[in-house]
Design a protein around this ligand. Structure first.
Ligand code: R5P
Length: 298
């Protein structure tokens, strides 16, 4: 098996390769003068399994095209099987036509991936797992929650309530709460589909002096978490922790979290930060072991 890192998250790819006791495959990634992506694989892979590690993170369209080109190059070099490890499957949030005139973006991406004859796709914590139905290939939808649960157990983080920020996240929060043997509750949140503005409609647990852990699949603008953290603080919560699997690292968002009532945010390394961050509130937990274990079975 040879592992090739796209330019989105070479750090994670390196860690996965290390856990598997192999070196990353040699690949050259650059740009032509007109801005188009240029890919060249410098390995022999005839009849071998080839793994591409690429998150469709910022800038998503560049990372997508690069991924498509790597997959094509591997096929042309005679790879026996192509396994795509896409820790963050970009466009997966556009899983419905929310407003008339919009595309079904998640399906468009699925169809392009499909056309590249990828044999297997491994991803983590999709916003909505029904999108796995858009793909006709072996699809391993993993969750980083067990990694977070182990981490919290080891660190003996004192929490007494797990919170889902919306109804869509209940299953996720319930899993985390079960793993930590804690109670769970949900906040009634609403998002305006046009402005993206988040409003909190209500909550019915007693929050006084509680130490809570909010769990979400991703943090983008930070609007959800920050709004909820202010609400919780007002309601008398003592400690606010947040666990989000994917952090998009949009410019200025971590700084806003640092200034918010959130005491600490735990994220995974599915996305590599393009920014230089120096936040004491941010803790990154690696999913490399989970992905390496999965690849051992491929
Ligand atoms: C919503 O359904 C998602 O699970 C997240 O709660 C949310 O969209 C995060 O985005 P932001 O950080 O922009 O509020």
């Amino acid at each position: 098996m040879k592992i090739f890192a796209g330019s989105s998250n070479p750090k994670l790819a390196k860690k996965i390769a290390k856990q598997l006791g192999i070196k990353l495959g040699r690949i050259e990634l650059s740009r032509f003068a007109n801005g188009e992506a240029r890919v060249r694989i410098r390995e022999k892979i005839i009849k071998e399994k080839a793994v591409i590690v690429q998150s469709f993170s910022y800038p998503p369209d560049e990372h997508l095209i690069e991924f498509f080109l790597i997959a094509d190059a591997l096929k042309r070099l005679g790879a026996k099987k192509i396994i795509a490890v896409i820790p963050w499957l970009g466009y997966c949030v556009q899983d419905k036509v929310f407003l008339p005139g919009e595309p079904l973006s998640a399906k468009v991406i699925a169809q392009i991936i499909q056309s590249l004859k990828i044999d297997r796709l491994i991803t983590l914590d999709l916003h909505n797992e029904t999108i796995t139905g858009f793909f006709d290939l072996v699809f391993n939808h993993l969750s980083a929650l067990p990694v977070f649960i182990n981490f919290f157990k080891q660190k003996q983080l004192r929490i007494n309530l797990v919170i889902s920020p919306d109804a869509g996240g209940i299953k996720r929060a319930a899993k985390l709460a079960k793993g930590l043997n804690l109670a769970m509750t949900v906040i009634n949140k609403e998002r305006d589909l046009i402005t993206g503005k988040v409003s909190i409609l209500g909550f019915n647990s007693n929050l006084k002096a509680k130490r809570v852990l909010i769990v979400d699949d991703f943090i983008s603008t930070g609007g959800t978490l920050i709004k909820i953290s202010h609400f919780l603080k007002k309601a008398g919560v003592k400690k606010i922790y947040a666990a989000t699997i994917h952090h998009f690292y949009i410019k200025g968002v971590q700084e806003k979290i640092d200034k918010s009532p959130i005491d600490k945010i735990f994220v995974s390394d599915t996305i590599n930060s393009p920014l230089k961050l120096n936040s004491k509130k941010l803790k990154i937990i690696s999913v490399s072991n989970l992905l390496a274990k999965e690849l051992k079975n491929c």
